[in-house]
Design a protein around this ligand. Structure first.
Ligand SMILES: Nc1ncnc2c1ncn2[C@@H]1O[C@H](COP(=O)(O)OP(=O)(O)OP(=O)(O)O)[C@@H](O)[C@H]1O
Ligand SMILES: [Mg+2]
Length: 299
């Protein structure tokens, strides 16, 4: 008892670690694809904590694979070059000049910032784009008319990711794709991450965004849907409650789960240590999408 008082704080910390044991055991060796959204990346402090969480995941035996967005960085650069940003149904209209800037910013700036932070904290990260090793092969996406070099992913070649994971690296992927015509294509980061999660048959696919989860009323932060199964998720897509950037997000979660990913999660990347809360606690956070969902099931 004396010992307990003397080491009270330390014992409490040790107990927290022990609480995570079932999850560490469950996910040891598991692949987790994490999409880090551009809007949740703006705060430097939070960004650093997300990177710490990712390095911790790696050290406790999970295999995180990062796919990032970069909307705010791209907008800033386009603005400084006096190039107007235009969007159709949430997709960036990408002419040749814009594509050049998108690739330059995503692969040269955003990607390398993430890689540097992970390495600084003690991870071993390598940054690539979807063009490396032909990871992402795309065709022009014409579903929204001609909006330039916006790509629809046709092929995913995961050898390059597997090679990095085998050697203990954390892959960090910028969502640019190579076209079948040899050109470069801009692909939605959520969609790219979902396709990669499918190809890797990931245990978890986690999207870190700038909202609490899927809201049944977008104006009410307390209306987070905490669990949703495939049928209900497909139904939700048709209700008009899902708009803007949430459309590709929910769509790619549905597809990923349909194609073998165990669980998809949309969580708040602005919340301190949201990744750890999701993976290592009973409650989990945000929205979980699974083939079937049970009330007591957070795994
Ligand atoms: N039903 C909904 N529930 C929650 N968010 C919704 C809903 N419908 C639309 N949204 C919008 O989706 C946004 C998230 O998508 P957005 O594309 O902006 O972010 P991101 O994908 O994380 O970042 P990036 O596109 O830069 O990678 C939210 O900020 C919210 O405005
Ligand atoms: Mg988005």
């Amino acid at each position: 008892m004396i010992k307990r008082q003397k080491y009270g704080d330390e014992i409490a910390k040790a107990e927290i670690l022990i609480e995570a044991l079932p999850y560490i055991k469950k996910f040891s060796g598991a692949t987790v694809v994490i999409k880090y959204g551009g809007n949740a990346m703006i705060d430097c402090q939070i960004k650093k904590m997300v990177m710490q969480d990712i390095v911790l995941l790696k050290y406790v035996g999970l295999n995180p694979v990062i796919v990032h967005g970069g909307g705010p960085d791209i907008n800033k650069m386009l603005e400084s070059l006096n190039i107007e940003s235009k969007f159709v149904n949430g997709l960036r209209v990408t002419d040749e000049k814009t594509m050049e800037v998108v690739e330059m910013v995503l692969t040269g700036k955003t990607n390398k910032e993430i890689v540097s932070m992970l390495n600084e904290i003690g991870g071993k990260a390598i940054g690539i784009s979807g063009k490396d090793g032909k990871l992402l092969v795309a065709e022009k996406d014409t579903a929204n008319g001609d909006i330039g070099y916006v790509g629809k992913i046709e092929e995913v070649n995961i050898d390059v990711i597997k090679m990095m994971l085998d050697k203990g690296f954390i892959p960090v992927i910028a969502p640019c794709a190579v076209g079948k015509d040899g050109k470069t294509y801009n692909v939605n980061a959520d969609t790219a991450a979902g396709k990669i999660a499918e190809a890797l048959k990931a245990e978890k696919f986690i999207l870190l965004t700038d909202v609490e989860g899927i809201l049944s009323d977008v104006n009410d932060k307390s209306s987070v849907i905490s669990r949703i199964d495939l049928d209900a998720a497909k139904e939700l897509m048709t209700t008009g409650k899902i708009t803007g950037g949430m459309i590709p997000k929910l769509k790619c979660c549905i597809q990923a789960v349909e194609n073998g990913v165990k669980r998809a999660h949309i969580i708040d990347g602005r919340l301190t240590h949201s990744l750890l809360l999701e993976i290592f606690t009973d409650e989990g956070i945000g929205t979980m999408i699974g083939k079937e969902c049970f009330d007591d099931d957070n795994l």
